[in-house]
Design a protein around this ligand. Structure first.
Ligand code: ADP
Ligand code: MG
Length: 337
């Protein structure tokens, strides 16, 4: 297959506060603004940013659980907005989700075996023997014994339930799994086990991941590229190692500075993250980060900075750190991410 598995172009989602007949002048929550990125087969793209910056809305837009206000989602070059019922069903097999809290996303009355084989049974009938063999296989994939298939979610630990959620997502052999805060509710040691499991599954099966987390330290050791979101927009998207070694956007720098440092020899950066995240109902003019940015200049208060390509393969939206090159329109930068 050539080209990206998934391509997102200028994706935007506004939630109007009330649905009136007169649609004019109704304030809306700007959950996602002009977001573009792509995901290659077997790649992991991490999306990070503080709570409320639009990460889950991006996930919902990709799964077509909500309709975009503007922009497109292309899978293998096909716009998912145009898919009719059958095509949509086929496409849904290829993309699966893992949620933060498997306890609320797993049916508490079903056994582990029923939970993980249910996605397959929505498409084909299985005999009892087939179902048990499939459940045993899927449990083995996520490092659990086949005896677990008879347990209820309430009889499992948080880490086991998250493994169950992953096994369920794997059942249809998807090409892309969206993991939204999938380890955020777990203890640090269990987090590490689940992250290792996801990376091993990727190597073995070639599945791509979009890994969403509010916690930058979680993505420090996983993923190929990291997109940093602030108030609905991507402000920096970079290869993971480059992002952590040398953040360019002041917001990325501040997030890294604020994250707990497991390695005491690492130099702490000096940009404090002060103030609250502004409301997406009424985002600041220009660069939405300017009220919290120690480097803001006049232009930042007026103009939204475009995403600009840097020489090391990253894109950054910052008037100060990544001034646009006049001869090269920012649109070209978007083509490459
Ligand atoms: P994150 O996952 O990064 O925490 P979300 O995507 O859940 O952020 O939310 C982004 C913004 O959109 C938030 O301000 C949230 O309150 C708002 N939002 C999300 N879903 C809805 C909805 N259905 N109606 C109105 N506002 C929403
Ligand atoms: Mg969320």
């Amino acid at each position: 297959m050539s080209g990206p598995l998934l391509k997102v172009e200028n994706l935007t989602k506004h939630y109007p506060l009330s649905a009136g007949l007169l649609k004019k002048n109704i304030p809306s929550v700007r959950a996602v603004e002009d977001v573009s990125f792509s995901v290659e087969p077997a790649e992991t793209l991490c999306i990070v940013g503080e709570s409320g910056c639009g990460k889950s809305t991006v996930a919902r837009l990709l799964m077509r659980l909500v309709e975009p206000t503007a922009g497109r989602v292309l899978i293998d070059g096909t716009d998912i907005a145009g898919l009719k019922k059958d095509a949509l069903r086929g496409w849904r097999r290829r993309m699966q989700m893992v949620f933060q809290d498997p306890y609320s996303s797993l049916n508490p009355r079903l056994t582990a075996g029923q939970i993980i084989t249910e996605p397959v049974e929505n498409f084909e009938r299985l005999s009892r023997k087939q179902r048990e063999a499939l459940a045993a296989d899927l449990l083995a994939e996520v490092g659990m014994s086949s005896e677990m298939m008879h347990r209820l979610p309430s009889e499992m630990s948080g880490g086991q339930r998250q493994r169950l959620g992953i096994a369920r997502a794997l059942a249809l052999k998807p090409e892309l799994i969206i993991a939204d805060e999938a380890v955020s509710a777990l203890d640090v040691s269990v987090q590490a086990q689940i992250l290792n499991l996801l990376m091993n599954l990727q190597q073995k099966m070639g599945v791509a991941f979009i890994f969403i987390s509010h916690d930058l330290s979680v993505v420090e050791h996983i993923g190929h590229r990291v997109a940093v979101m602030y108030l609905g927009r991507i402000v920096e998207l970079a290869p993971r190692e480059a992002l952590f070694a040398k953040p360019v956007h002041p917001y990325t720098e501040a997030l890294i500075a604020a994250a707990p440092v497991p390695d005491p020899t690492r130099v702490r950066l000096e940009v404090p993250l002060e103030g609250e995240v502004p409301s997406p109902l009424n985002p600041p003019s220009g660069c939405a980060f300017h009220p919290r940015c120690p480097f803001a200049v006049d232009r930042c208060r007026i103009e939204v900075p475009p995403l600009v390509s840097m020489s090391d393969g990253r894109v950054v939206a910052c008037h100060v750190r990544a001034p646009p090159v006049a001869s090269r329109p920012s649109r070209h930068a978007l083509e490459r991410i």
